[in-house]
Ligand binder design. Sequence first.
Ligand code: BGC
Length: 749
Amino acid sequence: MVDSLARASELTTEEKASLTSGSSFWETEAVERVGIPSMYLTDGPHGVRKQAQGGDHLGIGDSVPATCFPPAVALGSSWDAELLERVGAALGEEAKAEGVGVLLGPGINIKRSPLCGRNFEYLSEDPIVSGRLGAALVRGLQSQGVGASLKHFAANNQETDRLRVSADVDERPLREIYLRGFQHVVENAQPWTVMCSYNRINGVYASEDPWLLTSVLRDEWGFDGLVVSDWGAVNDRVSALVAGLDLEMPSSGGVTDAQLVAAVRDGSLDESVLDTAADRVIRLVEKALAGADPDASYDADAHHALAREVAGRSVVLLKNEGVLPLAAGAGRCIAVVGEFARTPRYQGAGSSQIVPTRLDTALDEIRALAGDASVDFAAGYALGGSEDAVALTAEAVSVAAGADDVLVFLGLPAEDESEGFDREHIELPEAQTALLDAVIAANPRVTVVLSNGGVVRVSGWADRVPAIVEGWLLGQAGGGAIADVLFGVVNPSGRLAESIPLRLEDTASYLNFPGEKGHVRYGEGLFVGYRDFDARDAAVSFPFGHGLSYTTFAFGPVTATATSDGGIRVSVDVTNTGDRDGREIVQVYVSVPGSRVQRPLRELKGFRPVEVAAGATATATITIPAGDLAYFDTEVAGWVVEGGDYVVSVGASSRDLRGSATVTLAGDGARVPLTVDSTLGEWLSHPVGGQILQAALSQSPEAAGMGAMLADPSLRRMAESIPLVRAAAFPGSPVTREQLDQLVAAANG
Ligand code: BGC
């Protein structure tokens, strides 16, 4: 048990100010006079990047070895919260062994555009996937007494101009798409810290936005941890503190601490605000001390094995026309083409870059699993530097020509995607697609294995190869995981957590990304990823939620019932109709056909992995909390669960729905308030207002004209669009302005 530390009230103003900023790049300030030690925060998210003392951003690549787990792009494709909780716990063990109090992750920003340079660090284009999986990572990490830092809060969906750009986004998409995942993690996993992002939101820096950092995060969601700035995100320290930013990182060398002290002295900053922030830092240090263990260590072999298991669950089998799994054994000849098989691309560039404890290559692991089969390799292309494309292609073609199976490893070179800048296209390098053409011409039995952090276009060649394995960036054990999937040691169960478009031009944010002159307009609103493709019934290469298995699953009838707290319980039997054990990810999509507001055609509201042995049946039960069915009503200024019919579809992707059921919900009774400017239609469809208006119309003979108009179906549609105040102003109106106000009061009362 750790003794509690001094409180802010025992500190001088200078000490409090110093406590609320870093002492170095990675440490908080100590106050030795009263025995408050400093604590260590470090990246994150998919490994521990602990740099040597004094390290800064320039020291990326120079940290202590740690297990490089699969980055978020892969973790997201596992759709497996239980597994991610184990990853979180393993990260916590490693952080503890390195004396780290807070690991800077997970990152759960929505993949708004495939071009975002940092998409490899994010989980999904969908907030339910991001929220569920993000919460699991936080729970796992914090189970080890190490804090998480949920980032980057919020609407940090691009790297272009990331330190200044304003994400101009309407409140509904902001709430329903961009904040929903954060809300879920905060409410369900209580991260010790939340990291505010660099960017502005609707013109206000996240680091100094009281609406974001206090009204929403603390007052609405009940966050009781600490808000830390992204590294260098503070624009104005005093405004930031007032808005709810508790800890500025890294150190400003005392410059901004002095600004706080001066503001307290001149009366422009209420000292109690500083006390609150300082107390939050002290509480965080206490938690870190309680979790610390100077003797902590971890089992690097076990973590490598976990990294391989997780990577195996994250691989998405996009296409398979009878070529996978590969047959091993004597007499078989497997050709492996592509430098990535020998030199893996396994994580992205920037602050998340881990120095791995070891690194598996797909080529070695394929050889290990191939038994007596012969495995021949040709690089096919070079990574960086000059290359003799003709010679490399010729070698690859000769290796591929006589083989039984050809595995072609393609992907994005490291320099194509990174924190700090966005991509300009989603194409594979031309040298690689030219190589693929040449190999297909020599031997069409090709499986393409992809390594990429952001989505790549496959539509130029996907129909010309029998199999495609999306390997994302799989961490240090990814080579083994790829081999496991190729040979069927692991039956693939990864599913796309982001759509693969036919073309970049088809994506909803295409014309609004990355903005200009300091603003990016989220003009597509709610229609991000599959919400857009499905609403427009637009073709994609592979839809959200898609992923194949080496077995097949049949879904039984769907049952959906209302729960006592306003949500929906969905249940479906899944039968493994093939001859291999496998895992299906049961996905639940919900539509509200009669909604009074614009909604996506369908939205993912729940999912669950189920293990089903060959020939067996398992029941998947998924409960959707009422809150997840709500839309954010800007007039009510709150979340609303509409009463009415909800169509619940269950399937294997957003485009592969296998059954549905309709459930009628009472809703939460929230009503959009009526005003004098509400239309006659809005009045009449309001359960209370409608009756009041009808009664008023029937009371006076003068109103009979309007009543008759509303009774005539052809005139009614025209009349319905007239605001009440305008209707009341027509000659001969029976209603005075005062009476209108009484009607409004009665309707809303
Ligand atoms: C990144 C954060 C990271 C921090 C510390 C920033 O540039 O945006 O994700 O945690 O640096 O390295």
